[in-house]
Design a protein. Structure first.
Lengths: 221, 221
DNA sequence: GTCTATATCGGGATAGAC
DNA sequence: GTCTATCCCGATATAGAC
């Protein structure tokens, strides 16, 4: 983060460290994206200022604008990065697995994500709640396709009598809603219970409780 | 909305219509609060402008500021109004009821609210996700107390063996999360399923699916 | 209560030196 | 790539007439 080289005061530059410079630039971009996630996820696109983000990332406002031409550009870049993390865990629900195991693993994975990447979850939530102006395409395309694939897996399990009948979309939404609730509504959960997912016992209880709830709904517990 | 009286051009005013004027003022305030809910719930506090809100409410920017001294003041007023609607449905879970009936009614009520007052749900969501800076006190006080009361009801039912054992807080959070999901994440639900709660069949399927899921988790189905 | 200016300011974005 | 200085616009809020 800090401690960049003094920036060779000498003249005959462009010798060897060219390659390292490029990597520094990448790191800088990463730092900005990290800072953007933090600030955007608590203040929203309009509530956040470039100043805040640049300060947190350890550079100047103008310098940030060298890496990202506008605030909106940065915001979209942050969102895209979040979306990848977001779409990934669904893979856990694969047709080859034992239904109960697969569901249990998926739920644990989602709650773990709520614990370890709550800001990503919140930023995503903010965007969707506001109508997903910048994400509609991604939602209707890639996300929809992946969900349909997993819904098909669930339908297969139902048809084979391996789990009880339940609308696959509803089931997926329920898992999302419950697991993400502990990240997105953490302020409320904390106000009511006084605890959060950082507390290992609370984390484990949340995982197991959610697993039990979902499995029961498909007759596996 | 439109068509206010011409505004007595005469001089000897303040005769009879004084009382009606006060009621007009109240209506005006209501209209502003309504407009504020609409705009704030999609743009957020910082994304919304007084111009947009005043236009939607059918008056001028300056005029709006006559009724609410600042944007923040209006925002808080809107939020307070939402909170009341929000806290109300919990009453449905009363100790005297049959557990299955009470849970079913509560769930239907919540989904109905997601259908009829999605903007209120979204504004509340935005606020909580951002850490509830203006609501922390209300959450830790009134909301917490009401939730504790209802958690006690659930514990009573469990102790009496009328429903299966499940952490009361988890159960309440699950119901909130699932039912509000259809309002807060409507954009996502629509992108994936192509439907929303305005569709009567989808509404009914959502109510019944959620009832089934929750009841199953406490061994009542 | 409602309107027409207008003061004021934060903050996004650009120019250009280094 | 990074800095200083600056432009500029949108938006909140106020002043004061009607």
């Amino acid at each position: 983060m800090a401690g960049n080289g003094a920036g060779d005061t000498g003249g005959s530059a462009t010798t060897a460290p060219v390659r390292r410079r490029r990597r520094d630039g990448e790191l800088r971009r990463e730092a900005i994206l990290d800072a953007g996630l933090e600030v955007f996820s608590t203040l929203g696109l309009h509530g956040a200022s470039i100043d805040q983000i640049s300060e947190r990332a350890g550079l100047s406002k103008t310098n940030l604008l060298y890496y990202f031409p506008s605030k909106e550009d940065l915001y979209v870049a942050v969102l895209r990065r979040v979306l990848d993390v977001w779409l990934d865990p669904l893979q856990t629900l694969s047709a080859g697995s034992e239904p109960a195991d697969a569901l249990r693993r998926y739920i644990r994975r989602k709650v773990t994500l709520s614990r370890d990447a709550p800001q990503a979850s919140r930023l995503f939530c903010l965007e969707i709640v506001q109508g997903a102006p910048l994400l509609r395409a991604e939602l209707a395309g890639p996300l929809r396709d992946r969900v349909e694939a997993k819904a098909a897996v669930l339908r297969g399990w139902i048809a084979a009598g391996r789990i009880g009948a339940h609308d696959p979309h509803q089931l997926i939404f329920a898992i999302w809603a419950i697991t993400q609730h502990y990240a997105d509504f953490a302020a409320q959960v904390e106000a009511i219970t006084g605890r959060n997912l950082q507390d290992p016992a609370f984390f484990e209880a949340t995982v197991e409780g959610t697993q039990k709830l979902i499995l029961a709904s498909v007759g596996l517990a």
